[in-house]
Structures are given as structure tokens and as C-alpha cells.
Design a binder for this molecule. Structure first.
Ligand code: AHR
Length: 507
């Protein structure tokens, strides 16, 4: 039983915007690692498999999740992968030792299968080129293979493999985490910058319409952060459209209060890199803009099994997610909305089994706690991000001092006349009496309220108990006097979906 003694107020004005929300902020990542592809997305012989080997139950759950872009094929896997291994007749595809995860790669799944997955989900493909053991020629050839019309040897190979029309892949990553000593073919910043620039030139000569993501630092803890980013950007600025950042959050110290305040760190990370972008643009006197792509992000700290023992589809980093993880994911996505002027792409790492919202077994699948916040944002955060005015009590954290109890973001889609508020109550003891006040046009009604909440931050779903952490939907109602009041329970995400029919404007 909780009592409502804490109070917050959120003021909303559709004309006070923080930028347009890129749909690609709601992306995912699928790597040839563990059981993400094999036994996850793709499992020929499974009772759930369609005629192409895709698990139909997984496809249905991914459709609910609604990723708008999918990054592939890695990850650390990318830096040892030669794309020609994964195309052509199955019986000719080589079985190889895969060094990043010490697993056996059969290559039964490759570029064509990945494009089929994206088409089945209505997601944009985002392909990586190997800048570890790969050459710049191989990177250019993959662009030709995917995007060139028939009539040259490499494009005709695609046609011979069953794809008459170009795949028209628009988003491309120039390697993966090349700043990390763990990376196959790791380079220092200057060597990477030169290789990335030369690969970019060849790739864009093949198809000038593609958009390139330069490898930024693989985390804020890297000794070369953010100097790596500056060096790479200075060399490649005019050739790329995005700089990548990666980060995995953890509650290793079992300090829920600090863990639930991580939005502050996510914002600092983005602000540092946004500052680096501005610095380089000014230094180069450039008129070109580069944006950010947070193309690996998630909670990951509980499962560290990363060596596959030279087996096929081993169980690697199959993290189990709980309620507090879901609330960290929710506020991370709030940060995406608040910084959407500079952050344009984000990929949840990963989609299935490997640090993922979906876990599979031969007899079914499980939606983990983090499935729900991702789904709510990808479905409801459209249009513009709103610059909210939030008054909230604070609470004390060991890591960051006093932090707001309420973490909030909002979207408004003018075309649809619909808005959504995303409210994370970080407190553990009492509910938060929250007033939502519309200062501009007031909505006619709240269409629905979606809520994920619980008493125990460590509560998690399992195959035996799949609905411990899930979303409950309640009906909305009319909005009187431009405001509504909600009691936000402790440890909760609340999404308020509203519609503006004619709307009244404040005087
Ligand atoms: O997502 C798991 C791994 O984490 C990726 O392969 C790598 O890029 C990162 O270090």
C-alpha cells in the first residue's frame, strides 16, 4: 500500500518542440553471435519455421516490437566476416571458425536472408562493412553487390543468386568498435580514420545516395574517448553522415537508486559528442552536418559468457531482464526524444536471445521486461519531440547526487493530431501525484494509458511466469480544464496517449 504525498507537474505545449523524431531511433541490432540469428530469427526445421527458415513466432513478436531499422551482421563478428561467404547456393557456403565469439559459423544466413528479414518487418537494413580483416575493395564490392543495377560482374552475381533488383541499402557502418583492442584488426584512431575515409570514397563512388556511419568510441570508459571521435571526424567529416556511439548500462553495484538515474549519464554522453561534432564542423569551416547513431545500446552486465567453445549457435550473453532494467531502457528512450535534434539512429543491441527483448526455446518464446518500453516508444513516439516544463521532487543518489524523481519526454504528431507522454517514476516508496497541463492546444481526450509497474525492481519474466513485468492498458477519457491528474505508482513507466480533434488554444 502506498500513499500519494509527492507531487509533480508537467506542462505541455505542442509549439515548444525539441526537434523532429527520426523513426530510425527505434532500431534493432542482429549479430551473428550466440543464438541471435541461428535458433533465434532463423531456425530451419523448427515447428515455427516458414518455408525460408524464419521463425514465424519470432517474426510476429518482432512486428509487435516494430524496429524501424536493423543493423547487421555485427558487432565484433563483422571484423572477421567476408560477405561473399554468406551469398550464393547454400551447399557452397563455407563453414568457418568465427574468431570474435569462438563459434562455428555455417553461413546459412547471409545478406539475402537479412534483406528478406528487413522486408518482412518493414525495417530499413543497415549493413556493416568489415574494416578489420576486410579491405576497402571488399567494402566497395558489397555496395555494388547490393545496390548496382545488373550489368557488371558483381551486380550480376546478386542477380544469379536470385535478386534481380538492387536491394538499395541506404545505411552503412564503416566497421565496428575499431577503437577496441578486442576488435579483430583493431586500429589506432589515425589508421582507422584513413581506412574509413578511403572505404567511404569507394562505397560512395558505387552509390552516392548511401549514408555512412563512422565508428565512434565504443564507450565512455575508453581511454581514447572522445579524442578518437575528434580524430576520426576530422579525417572523414565530408564523407560521412553519422558518428556512432555504443554504451551498455549496468547495475553491477546493486545500487538501484543510482541505476535508475542513468538518464543523466546518457545525456552527458550525447552532449559530449554533440559538442565534438560542433567543434569539428567549425574547425573545418564545413557546411556539412554529421549526426549521431547510437547503434548499440542496452543493459548488459549479468551474463558474460562470450566464448562459444567452437560450437554452432552457443548460448552467449542471454541476459535476463527485470523491472529496473525496463525502466532504464524507458528513460534511455526518453533521452533519445530529448536529444533528437542530434541523435537520428539508435539500435537496441540485440533483438533476439543475445542481450535481447525476446528469448526463444524450441517450444516458444518469451517477451522480456525491456520488450514493453521499446514497443511503446516505437509505436507511439512519432512527429516532434516536445520540450516539456517539468516540476518534480528529487531523490538522493550515491552516484549523481540529487536527481529528479520524474523523468519525462513527449511527442506530438501534427499529421495525426496525436501526442504521447512518457513518464518514468524512479521512486521506490510512494506514488507521485502528477498533473499534466496543456498550455497550448488542449487535447479533447486521452485515448489510452499504458503502464508498466511493480514493487520489486528485480522482478523478471520467465517461461513459467511470462507476465510478471508487462504493460497494462487502461481507457483514457475527456480532458477537462486543459489538465489531467495521475497517480504514478513507484517504479513505473506510464505512457499517456492523447488526441486533438479541434483543440482549444490558450489565450
Ligand atoms: O552486442 C555485443 C557486442 O558488444 C558487439 O558485438 C560489440 O560491438 C560490442 O562490444
Amino acid at each position: 500500500m502506498t500513499t500519494s504525498i509527492l507531487q509533480a507537474r508537467v506542462a505541455i505545449d505542442e509549439e515548444r518542440t525539441a526537434g523532429a523524431i527520426s523513426p530510425l531511433l527505434f532500431g534493432g541490432f542482429a549479430e551473428h553471435m550466440g543464438r541471435c540469428i541461428y535458433q533465434g530469427i532463423f531456425e530451419p526445421g523448427s515447428p515455427f519455421a516458414d518455408q525460408h527458415g524464419f521463425r514465424t513466432d519470432v517474426l510476429a513478436a518482432l512486428r509487435e516490437l516494430n524496429p524501424r531499422v536493423i543493423r547487421y551482421p555485427g558487432g565484433n563478428f563483422l571484423s572477421g566476416y567476408h560477405w561473399r561467404d554468406g551469398v550464393g547456393p547454400l551447399e557452397q557456403r563455407p563453414r568457418r571458425r568465427e574468431l570474435a565469439w569462438q563459434s562455428i559459423e555455417t553461413n546459412r544466413f547471409g545478406t539475402h536472408e537479412f534483406i528478406a528479414l528487413c522486408r518482412a518487418l518493414g525495417a530499413e537494413p543497415m549493413l556493416g562493412v568489415n574494416l578489420g580483416t576486410g579491405t576497402i575493395e571488399e567494402a566497395g564490392a558489397l555496395v555494388e553487390y547490393c545496390n548496382a543495377p545488373a550489368g557488371t560482374a558483381t551486380a550480376d552475381l546478386r542477380v544469379a543468386h536470385g535478386a534481380a533488383n538492387p536491394f538499395n541499402v541506404r545505411y552503412w557502418c564503416l566497421g565496428n568498435e575499431m577503437d577496441g583492442p578486442w576488435q579483430i584488426g583493431h586500429l589506432d584512431a589515425t589508421a582507422y580514420a584513413v581506412k574509413a575515409r578511403e572505404a567511404a570514397k569507394i562505397m560512395k563512388w558505387h552509390d552516392p545516395s548511401i549514408q555512412l556511419v563512422l565508428c565512434g568510441s565504443s564507450g565512455t570508459g575508453m581511454p581514447t574517448y572522445p579524442e578518437w571521435d575528434r580524430i576520426a571526424l576530422e579525417a572523414c567529416w565530408e564523407h560521412v553522415e553519422y558518428l556512432s556511439l555504443h554504451y551498455y548500462a549496468s547495475n553491477r553495484d546493486h545500487d538501484t537508486g543510482s541505476y535508475l538515474a542513468l538518464a543523466r549519464q546518457f545525456e552527458e554522453h550525447l552532449d559530449t559528442l554533440a559538442g565534438t561534432l560542433r567543434y569539428v564542423k567549425s574547425k573545418l569551416r564545413s557546411r556539412h552536418d554529421v549526426f549521431l547513431s547510437w547503434d548499440e545500446w542496452n543493459v548488459w552486465y549479468k551474463d558474460h559468457v562470450v566464448h562459444g567453445g567452437w560450437s554452432e549457435a552457443p548460448h552467449l550473453i542471454e541476459e535476463v531482464y527485470n523491472l529496473e532494467d525496463a525502466l532504464v531502457v524507458a528513460q534511455w528512450m526518453n533521452v533519445f526524444l530529448r536529444r533528437c535534434h542530434v541523435l537520428k539512429i539508435a539500435c537496441l543491441a540485440q533483438l533476439v536471445n543475445v542481450i535481447a527483448p525476446i528469448l526463444t526455446r524450441p517450444d516458444g518464446l518469451l517477451r522480456q521486461s525491456i520488450f514493453y518500453p521499446f514497443m511503446l516508444f516505437s509505436r507511439h513516439a512519432t512527429g516532434d519531440s516536445l520540450d516539456l516544463n517539468v516540476r518534480t521532487p528529487t531523490y538522493h543518489t550515491r552516484a549523481y547526487g540529487d536527481q529528479p524523481l520524474l523523468d519525462a519526454a513527449a511527442s506530438y504528431d501534427t499529421m495525426r493530431g496525436e501526442g504521447a507522454l512518457f513518464l518514468v517514476h524512479r521512486g521506490r516508496d510512494a506514488s507521485l501525484a502528477t498533473e499534466l497541463i496543456w498550455q497550448g492546444r488542449a487535447p479533447d481526450r486521452v485515448m489510452a494509458i499504458y503502464q508498466l509497474a511493480g514493487d520489486d525492481p528485480s522482478a523478471a519474466n520467465s517461461f513459467e511466469h511470462p507476465d510478471v513485468v508487462t504493460v497494462r492498458e487502461s481507457p483514457g477519457g475527456p480532458v477537462d480544464d486543459r489538465r489531467i491528474r495521475l497517480d504514478l505508482p513507484p517504479l513505473s513507466l506510464t505512457v499517456v496517449k492523447y488526441r486533438q480533434e479541434q483543440g482549444a488554444t490558450a489565450t
